[in-house]
Design a protein around this ligand. Sequence first.
Ligand code: PXL
Length: 281
Amino acid sequence: MSQKRVVTIQDISCVGKCSLTVALPIISAAGIETSIIPTAILSTHTGGFTGYTFRDLTEDVKPITEHWKSLDLKVDAIYTGYLGSVEQQQLIAEIFKAFKQPDTLLMVDPAMADQGKLYPAFDMQFALGMRDLCALADIIVPNITEACFMLEKPYPGEDYDKDYIENLLHELAALGCKQVILTGVSFESGKIGAAAYNSETDNTDYYFTERIEGYYHGTGDIYSSALLSGIMNDKTLAQSIQIACDFTVAAIRRTHDAGTDPKYGVEFEKELGTLIEMLKQ
Ligand code: PXL
């Protein structure tokens, strides 16, 4: 069987591990070729740093994909993360159409918000553009904040129950995507995890791990990259959310124990061996 290829479309934040600097090593370690389309280059990510540079690469996206159309590229999955603009969201809809083959998985992580707030670069128009992109995907990976922005609902903070989460999952699936993974779900103190809804089977799976206090940057991207690594290695959705949760929390634990500044990202590198072991089981 030939090696699978993922195309991932996100920014390069040169310092502060997130987006492409985590997707590339994680998906590659999982044995999957990782082709990329960089959407922007920033000196750092935008969360917790000031004075960062931002070079928009929207102009480069079309020439890259036009060239690719002349190649015989087999694409097993397209995975989008942090995007720079509404224009890029529209370009990605075109890329989905041009490169989707019958068994290509389209995964959208609407990386744009957390803890009730949009990231600095974004507004409501961008959030609704993300909703339209999610409608085209097979699988989406929002956190609760992103889900609320896309569904134009108030952010509930920590004040929700299982019925609320399952209603959110159903409303997100109604956008048009088959599978919804909602991250950052917590029903009891000290535990946090994900809910996975498959609209084709109407089944919901949950998986929780220990909650480590603090805000750790880039963990959403690490989670999505590990989740896709599971799916591309033929794990079920339930197995993939478990692998992604365990890998992400192990990286957070290392960073917590080392006491390093969490805005620089988490120590996922030394957990890559464990990820590979989990994918082999
Ligand atoms: O991890 C999400 C992310 C990715 N890329 C950039 C960001 C952020 C979150 O703040 O600023 C540039």
